[in-house]
Design a protein around this ligand. Structure first.
Ligand SMILES: Nc1ncnc2c1ncn2[C@@H]1O[C@H](COP(=O)(O)OP(=O)(O)OP(=O)(O)O)[C@@H](O)[C@H]1O
Length: 507
């Protein structure tokens, strides 16, 4: 009985001790919570940081050692003495840290408004290389906000800090000196961060800005470029042309974009030349627009009749921005085939005393009436080609030059020489594949009972995509439109037969 009493009092003691321990634990955690709350309210930032450091130090001594972390601070503006462009003029746009802008543009694609409860949204006006502006909507983190990005299996942690307090995204360029982005990662990944991740951010941001940019077309007037917005709807999807050729052009453009290092390594100007040829109305201009839209490059449409000497041409070429396309349409009309070189004394008349050669040179040297006075036209094709080769090999990147012509056989051999134009693209009459693209564009149609008849007709009739487009647009009713097209093709077939018969050609 005594034993039983003693064991029950032992049990009560154990229970009491357990209860006490529980009460102590509860009050410790309550105090800890209370202390954390008070510390948040009362302690200054520096002291809180010191306490955090102390806690992490104790943790690292007591528990498993934490991995060492590194942090890179990317400030919005560079320190005065760090800016390579600052020559003591104080802060200005030259102090803008491009990496900050690039990181913000990149991070905007990583922020998810569905999962992140607080984000900033700004509508900013970005200034492009050519001085034009583009409006951009940008999501950004608010002060103290953070996000994690996974790159090649490594976690990169981003935090946005603003010692000046908020107002994210509404500052003018050069303002916001207290803003920064902090990039932290495990120390062992420092190399990946600097050598891969940061360059990846820069190139991704550049690509994103390129996609955003409003395109422009510049025309030369009075020796200067005048730009207007370029909203041509042509795309490689809507372009009616041989599918294999279309793919080859697309692949060539994409390869060109990716080859900066390659061009640098082989010491060649980062440029590419295309010669587009074919009858009128086969889509050469449409292809130029599709290329500009695909690359998001501005177009510079050079009208050589407005360029009177090589120095004007040189200025125009120098004034072009990078990532642009220079187009010279109907190149066969811009130069006489013999005007490539200057006239030599012996060339002024040919062996028979015929003056035709001289006359042809005179095309080049003919005086042009310009604004009330006469000026000699001195621009030559060799001048043009040399300027382009020379200038672009020393300045300018990602340049494309496109010549178009309806008559390739009339072109100067200098232009057709291998290596001069990288790709010759023939834009031909409307074939079956091109027709299917057009009918899909205009009538959202992939099949129709009249297709076999039209396919047969297209195999024997020379008709341009422009003519087919016109017939397809005659009616919104696809049955009527296809009927109109079939009639047109039959008529053209009849004309062709008649003409062959007249000229004694076997049909
Ligand atoms: N291959 C094509 N794909 C889609 N549409 C085309 C094509 N070819 C012509 N078109 C239509 O015809 C119109 C005129 O074509 P475009 O100006 O591109 O031809 P072009 O070959 O440049 O003619 P030109 O030699 O007379 O300048 C275009 O606006 C477009 O609507």
């Amino acid at each position: 009985m005594a034993a039983a009493a003693s064991s029950s009092s032992e049990g009560a003691k154990v229970l009491d001790a357990y209860k006490n321990a529980l009460a102590t634990a509860a009050s410790v955690s309550a105090y800890a919570m209370l202390a954390r709350g008070m510390a948040r309210e009362l302690l200054p930032d520096e002291l809180r940081a010191a306490v955090r450091w102390g806690a992490s130090f104790v943790r690292s001594r007591l528990g498993a050692r934490e991995k060492e972390r590194h942090t890179i601070i990317i400030r919005r503006t560079m320190e005065k003495n760090l800016s390579p462009y600052d020559h003591g003029h104080g802060y200005g746009p030259s102090n803008q840290n491009n990496l900050f802008d690039a990181a913000r543009t990149y991070l905007a694609t990583k922020l998810n408004p569905r999962t992140m409860p607080r984000l900033c949204l700004s509508h900013s006006r970005a200034v492009e290389h050519d001085g034009s502006t583009t409006l951009r909507l940008l999501l950004a983190m608010e002060e103290g906000g953070s996000t994690t990005d996974d790159f090649e299996g490594v976690e990169f942690h981003w935090t946005y800090m603003d010692a000046g307090g908020g107002d994210n995204g509404n500052r003018g360029r050069g303002g916001g000196g207290s803003e920064s982005l902090e990039l932290s990662f495990d120390a062992e990944h420092a190399e990946t961060a600097l050598e891969k991740y940061v360059p990846f951010i820069m190139s991704t941001a550049e690509e994103l800005s390129r996609q955003d940019r409003a395109l422009k077309i510049f025309l030369n007037e009075g020796g200067m470029w005048q730009g207007i917005n370029h909203h041509h709807p042509a795309s490689f999807d809507t372009l009616a042309m041989d599918p294999a050729l279309k793919q080859a052009v697309l692949d060539d453009l994409d390869r060109f974009l990716k080859r900066k290092d390659y061009y640098q390594r082989i010491g060649k100007a980062w440029k590419r030349g295309y010669l587009l040829y074919g009858p009128p109305g086969t889509g050469k201009s449409s292809l130029v627009a599709a290329m500009a839209n695909h690359l998001r490059f501005n177009l510079y449409d050079l009208d050589l009749s407005g360029v009177y000497d090589n120095s004007t041409l040189q200025r125009l070429l120098i004034d072009m921005s990078n990532k642009s396309i220079l187009v010279i349409e109907d190149i066969d009309c811009s130069f006489d085939t013999m005007s490539r070189e200057g006239p030599k004394a012996t060339d002024t008349a040919d062996a028979d005393g015929d003056n035709s050669v001289r006359e042809r040179y005179e095309y080049r040297d003919r005086e042009h009436h310009m604004g009330g006075y006469h000026q000699e036209r001195k621009i030559t094709l060799s001048g043009l080609l040399n300027f382009i080769d020379g200038l672009w090999s020393t300045s300018g990147e990602e340049r494309i030059i496109i010549f178009t012509t309806n008559y390739k056989d009339r072109l100067d051999p200098a232009l057709l020489r291998p290596g001069r134009m990288d790709m010759h693209v023939y834009m031909g009459y409307c074939g079956w594949d091109a027709f299917k693209t057009l009918v899909r564009n205009y009538h959202l149609l992939d099949d129709h009972r009249m297709f076999p008849e039209i396919q047969e007709l297209l195999a024997v009739v020379e008709v341009t995509p422009a003519e087919v487009s016109e017939m397809l647009l005659r009616s919104e009713d696809v049955d009527v439109a296809l009927q109109v097209l079939a009639e047109f093709l039959k008529e053209r077939r009849g004309e062709t037969k008649e003409s062959k018969h007249k000229h004694g050609v076997a049909p």
